[in-house]
Design a protein around this ligand. Structure first.
Ligand SMILES: [Zn+2]
Length: 337
C-alpha cells in the first residue's frame, strides 16, 4: 500500500509539473505573445510560401502579398473549420520567410501563426547568405538574438522559435557552426530549436553540440525524424528529452505514422511526439504559385485511423495540443536543470 501511495503521489506531482509548464508557458506568435494553454490544436511544421531561388537571388519583390493571400487564405480557413488554432510556419530566412505576410494571414484567418529565426544549411548551403560562411557562431547568434529582441527587419514581429537546417552524411564545420549558433541563441532567448535533420546520425551529432554548450535535449526538435527508418532511434532520442517531429503526413504514408505512434505509445513516449504535414506552399515564379498541398490529412484521415487503433481522445489531444504547447513554450532549458 505504501508503495502504491508513493507512486500515486509521484504521479500527481509529475502531472502538476506538466500542467504548470503548459499553464505558465508563453508562445510568441506573429501578433505577439499568447499563453501556451491558448494555443489549442497546433500543426507544428507547415509552410505558407517557399522560394527555392537561393540566398543570392531571393527578395520579397518576387511575390505579391495580395496574390499569395488570395491563394492561401482558403486553406487556412479550412484549417480553422477543422478545429486547428495554431500553425507553426517553418520557412526560414532566405527561403521565403515573410513575417508581414504571415501577420496579414493570421489576421484574416484567425489562426495563430508562429515564425522563426535562424539559417538553413541543408540543400548544399544554397539558402545561406555569404556572411554565414565567414562569421562566427557568436556573430550569427547575435543576429538571431537581435531579431528576437527587436523584431525581424523592422517589422516588430518576433520569432517564436529557432529554425536551422543541416544535411549531408555528417555535419560539416559550417553546419556545426549553425547548431552552435542555435545553442547560443537558445541560451539568450529561451526559443526552442527546430532543426531540419532527417537521419538519426545527424540528430545525435546536433544533440551533442547542444550539450557542449549546456543546452538540454528538451530544447531540441528533431525535424523530419520520419526519414530515419529505425524507430529505436526515436525511442533513444525521446528518452533523452528530444522532441520527435513526425512531420510528413500525407495520404500515402498513414500506416507508417500509425505504426511509429504505436511504438512510441508502447514505450510511454507519446509525450515527446509532434505531428504535422510539411505541406503548403505558394511557390513564387510558378503560375498562380503552383500546386498547393492543403493541411487536412491529419484531421480527415490520421485522427480517425488513430481512433480505430485504440488511441484515446486524451492521447490525441496530447499529440495535438499539449505536446506543441510544451515544445514551443519560451524558456531556457539547460542541461542540468
Ligand atoms: Zn518544412
Amino acid at each position: 500500500m505504501k508503495i502504491k501511495g508513493f507512486i500515486v503521489v509521484v504521479f500527481a506531482l509529475l502531472l502538476l509539473h506538466a500542467c504548470k509548464t503548459i499553464d505558465s508557458g508563453k508562445i510568441l506568435t506573429v501578433k505577439g505573445q499568447i499563453q501556451a494553454n491558448k494555443m489549442g490544436i497546433t500543426l507544428t511544421h507547415e509552410h505558407i510560401l517557399v522560394d527555392f531561388i537561393g540566398a543570392d537571388s531571393i527578395n520579397e519583390k518576387r511575390w505579391d502579398r495580395s496574390q499569395v493571400i488570395r491563394k492561401v487564405l482558403p486553406y487556412l480557413k479550412r484549417l480553422r473549420d477543422l478545429g486547428c488554432s495554431t500553425l507553426i510556419e517553418c520557412t526560414p530566412a532566405y527561403l521565403g520567410r515573410d513575417p508581414l505576410l504571415l501577420r496579414q494571414l493570421s489576421d484574416s484567418s484567425g489562426l495563430n501563426i508562429v515564425t522563426n529565426t535562424g539559417y538553413y544549411g541543408a540543400g548544399n548551403n544554397k539558402y545561406l547568405p555569404t556572411f554565414a560562411y565567414t562569421e562566427t557562431a557568436e556573430d550569427l547568434a547575435n543576429r538571431w538574438i537581435m531579431e528576437s529582441v527587436e523584431g525581424i527587419n523592422n517589422t516588430g514581429i518576433k520569432p517564436g522559435f529557432i529554425k536551422i537546417g543541416v544535411g549531408g552524411d555528417s555535419l560539416s564545420g559550417l553546419h556545426k557552426k549553425l547548431v552552435k549558433a542555435a545553442a547560443l541563441t537558445h541560451l539568450a532567448t529561451g526559443l526552442t530549436i527546430a532543426s531540419h535533420t532527417g537521419p538519426a546520425v545527424l540528430a545525435f551529432k546536433e544533440i551533442s553540440i547542444l550539450a557542449d554548450e549546456g543546452v538540454s535535449p528538451g530544447a531540441f526538435i528533431w525535424v523530419h525524424a520520419q526519414n530515419e527508418k529505425d524507430p529505436t532511434q526515436y525511442i533513444k532520442a525521446a528518452r533523452m528529452g528530444v522532441w520527435i517531429s513526425l512531420d510528413g503526413i500525407s495520404n500515402d504514408n498513414l500506416q507508417d505514422y500509425v505504426s511509429s505512434l504505436k511504438t512510441m505509445k508502447a514505450n510511454g513516449l507519446l509525450g515527446k511526439v509532434l505531428l504535422s504535414h510539411d505541406a503548403g506552399w505558394y511557390k513564387p515564379g510558378e503560375p498562380d504559385g503552383g500546386t498547393f498541398r492543403g493541411y487536412t490529412v491529419l484531421f480527415e484521415k490520421l485522427i480517425p485511423l488513430l481512433s480505430e487503433n485504440n488511441f484515446s481522445r486524451k492521447e490525441i489531444d496530447q499529440l495535438l495540443i499539449e505536446n506543441p504547447a510544451r515544445a514551443f513554450s519560451v524558456g531556457v532549458r539547460k542541461l542540468k536543470d
